[in-house]
Design a protein around this ligand. Structure first.
Ligand SMILES: *Cc1c(COP(=O)(O)O)cnc(C)c1O
Length: 365
């Protein structure tokens, strides 16, 4: 079976875990600190704060920026649910703005229409590994005095105009979950240039205590700490990041070369000046393809290829969000796109033969 993702666990990762075990310091310690320094350097930000998931990173970033109950945060309806659940976790209100049908990212023009007196922040998601139009989003934010949290969970090492994902927002959140471009099982990390936000984030992950004064609880917090065993894995993965990224980009180019000419398959659109890191390689199965998207998925699976649908339904159409005054028809582009998208395997462990098999499978169908 050619799977949609395959975590890479090398000898170095295994040894790094054993070393941490041997040190006796398995909770948050020196490895977490080292990861934070290296990750900030990668993104070109002053600070990074490690947490135990991407979801915790998103939640913590909103807390650090003082997003409170009643505040509105504008985000995309076409993402993993954590992008918008984190807003609800802070008691704030997720306000969706529709996406661009080509990039699958939030459409800046639609953001503008959603701004009210209560809007405090914009939460763009760099979906599949392609950075959003951050220039337009920054202009809107500055004009209306709004903060930006980038959901960069799928976009480590992605770039726009030569700048890394994670360096555009007031804060940004990354995930190190097992299927992401680099991983440590479960983990997350925030980047920011704001010293206060970094400090608030460190307190929030540690029950409202500062790292200097224990058992002084300044505010509500959680246990969102990353362990040194996880950080040690992430540090090894960080060394592999350039190679992994290169391989994903090459695999995507090879897929596109072969799929481009198939009638009814729309290959990924890459925005000018963007380095798309292909967390997912997502095509659209159009009406003039010989099979429906779901039929194509089923037949590929029967042939030993395991694509996936990210995401089969936009967020506003799920029970939890329908009860927040949303309804079908509210975000037509996201709804249309969710019926067409199909993500094909693109991960770095694929061989050329695997990719040929995927493309041949589609061509034959
Ligand atoms: C994976 C992901 C998250 C959540 O990260 P976890 O580490 O699984 O909590 C949030 N947003 C997006 C876009 C993601 O892909």
């Amino acid at each position: 079976m050619i799977n949609i993702s395959k975590p890479f666990i090398g000898e170095e990762e295994k040894q790094a875990v054993l070393d941490v075990m041997g040190s006796g310091m398995i909770v948050q310690g020196p490895k977490v600190k080292e990861l934070e320094e290296k990750f900030a350097k990668l993104c070109g930000t002053k600070y990074a704060v490690a947490l135990n998931s991407g979801t915790a990173a998103l939640h913590t970033a909103l807390y650090a920026m003082n997003i409170k109950p009643g505040d509105e945060v504008i985000t995309t309806p076409f993402s993993f649910v954590a992008s918008s659940n984190c807003i609800v976790m802070q008691g704030a209100v997720p306000v969706f703005a529709d996406i661009d049908e080509k990039t699958f990212d939030i459409d800046p023009k639609k953001i503008k229409e959603k701004i009210t007196k209560k809007t405090k922040a914009i939460l763009p998601v760099h979906l599949y590994g392609q950075v959003c139009d951050m220039k337009a989003i920054r202009e809107i934010a500055d004009e209306h005095n709004l903060l930006i949290l980038e959901d960069a969970c799928q976009a480590v090492n992605a770039e726009l105009d030569g700048k890394k994902a994670g360096s555009f927002g007031d804060t940004a959140a990354f995930s190190l979950y097992a299927t992401k471009n680099i991983m440590c099982g479960e983990g997350g990390i925030i980047t920011t240039n704001n010293e206060k936000y970094a400090e608030f984030a460190k307190r929030f992950r540690h029950h409202g205590q500062s790292e200097q004064t224990r058992y002084e609880y300044y505010d509500l917090g959680y246990n969102y700490r990353m362990s040194d065993t996880a950080a040690a894995i992430a540090l090894e993965q960080l060394k592999r990041l350039e190679n992994f990224t290169k391989k994903r980009i090459e695999n995507a180019a090879f897929l596109t070369e072969q799929l481009r000419k198939i009638k009814g398959i729309t290959t990924p659109f890459i925005q000018k000046n963007v380095k798309h890191v292909f967390h997912q390689y997502t095509v659209k199965v159009e009406e003039d393809f010989s099979l429906s998207r779901d039929e194509l998925l089923t037949k590929l699976k029967a042939g030993g290829i395991n694509p996936a649908i990210f995401y089969p339904k936009p967020l506003h159409m799920h029970p939890f969000y329908l009860q927040m005054n949303h309804k079908e028809g509210d975000f037509p582009v996201a709804e249309e796109v969710s019926k067409k998208v199909l993500s094909l395997p693109v991960h770095p462990l694929l061989t050329k033969e695997d990719i040929q098999k995927i493309c041949e499978g589609i061509r034959q169908l």
